[in-house]
Design a protein around this ligand. Structure first.
Ligand code: NAP
Ligand code: F7E
Length: 326
């Protein structure tokens, strides 16, 4: 039975990946932090076979203990402070967790394997935010990085550390440069979920409007369950490398609003949206769209859910959840 350790198990991707690996017959170990993390019980309900281990990406001894407990064949590093907006407010912590945390985990694997790093396959959750102020469109593996937030800078550090451990120590380390991916399990702080939940609550008469920042930014949004499948495929390849994972189609926040309100039969979305300057970011990433040709050709990966289906699925799920609260 293959064994996998997932950091960030309580996050959106952690749960989808744990479900996928458990369905493939893996023994899955999920690393959770904190002395009483309320999200752990949700993970245990959704993936009953999971074993939770304690650990924090800012604490090397806890990473060594997690590896000792799990004895993994594969490690997926999904743990991070992942909200770009927060990364300006807690830049140092973001650097510690999202950036140096990657180095700590790679070092822990090096120590755990006694320098035989090739025997543990490692996935790093890199991000399209590394492209930031984009140097070319669409963005691919060879596109130079120009991060625009402390989060993007920290992810760029983690990305290059992953490449460096591959080149220095022969680590089987892959960096997945994933574009935005969403689902009904997306955190409420991210724009898609803020909109789909807001739309459901407006439809049900529980909320008057949705307060947003920049409506012009464009993102390449895909479905999280599709994207964790690409993570697993990367670690099954004969040689490790980096892959862009994206749908190749970009939409603006306005497109998102049109689609989400349309899903509940509201055409006049502008009446329900208020813009607030305080939600504008100090430096914005205007337009991301990925070219995932390598992932499609080498991994045989392709997205199964398009933008309209994704937003409809999220609105429907929020309608159900909010109806119960009514
Ligand atoms: P998410 O829902 O925000 O989950 C982040 C996870 O990291 C949570 O489980 C969180 O645990 C954990 N974490 C936070 N601080 C930690 C620490 N000090 N030590 C250990 N774990 C810690 O993120 P996601 O959407 O699932 O994304 C998964 C990964 O992919 C992240 O690294 C993210 O940056 C990256 N990524 C995401 C996207 C996307 O569109 N979703 C795109 C590209 C890359 P708590 O529950 O304890 O807070
Ligand atoms: O913002 C704009 C905002 O916070 C998307 C993370 O998973 O994907 C995610 O990062 C856009 C930005 O995601 C609001 O200015 C407008 O242009 O949903 P978001 P993100 O910053 O793209 C990448 C790939 C990751 O790696 C990250 O971990 O939406 N926007 N008004 C808003 N965004 C938010 N959150 N809230 C608003 O009110």
């Amino acid at each position: 039975m293959p064994r996998a350790l997932i950091t960030g198990i309580t996050g959106q991707d952690g749960i989808y990946l744990a479900e996928l690996l458990a369905s493939k017959g893996y023994q899955v170990f999920g690393m959770a932090r904190g002395q009483s993390n309320p999200k752990v019980s949700t993970v245990e309900q959704l993936v009953p076979s999971i074993e939770i281990v304690q650990g924090d990406l800012t604490d090397l001894p806890s990473l060594l203990s997690a590896l000792e407990m799990a004895q993994p064949d594969e490690v997926y590093n999904l743990g991070a402070i992942s909200f770009v907006g927060l990364s300006w407010k807690q830049a140092e912590l973001t650097g510690e967790v999202t950036g140096v945390g990657v180095l700590r985990l790679l070092e822990a694997i090096r120590i755990h394997t006694q320098n035989d790093m090739g025997r543990v396959r490692f996935y790093q959750a890199s991000s399209s935010e590394m492209f930031g102020k984009v140097r070319e469109t669409p963005q691919r593996e060879s596109t130079p990085f120009y991060p625009r937030s402390p989060y993007g800078v920290a992810k760029t550090f983690g990305h290059y550390m992953t490449v460096n451990y591959r080149e220095s120590y022969g680590a089987f380390a892959c960096s997945g440069i994933l574009f935005n991916h969403e689902s009904p399990r997306r955190g409420l702080e991210f724009v898609t979920r803020k909109v789909t939940r807001g739309v459901a609550r407006i439809k049900l008469g529980l909320q008057d409007n949705i307060v947003l920042g920049n409506l012009d930014a464009k993102r390449d949004w895909g479905y999280a369950a599709d994207y964790v499948d690409a993570m697993w495929r990367m670690l099954q390849q004969p040689t490790p490398t980096d892959y862009v994972v994206a749908t190749g189609v970009a939409h603006s926040i306005e497109d998102l609003l049109v689609a989400a309100f349309a899903a509940v039969g509201i055409e006049d979305w502008r009446s329900y949206v208020v813009q607030d300057q305080r939600l504008m970011r100090p430096a914005e990433v205007d337009h991301l769209v990925g070219d995932s040709t390598r992932a499609r050709e080498e991994l045989g990966w392709s997205p199964t859910v398009d933008f309209d289906q994704l937003i409809e699925m999220m609105v429907e799920s929020d309608m159900e959840a909010e109806s119960v609260r009514q």
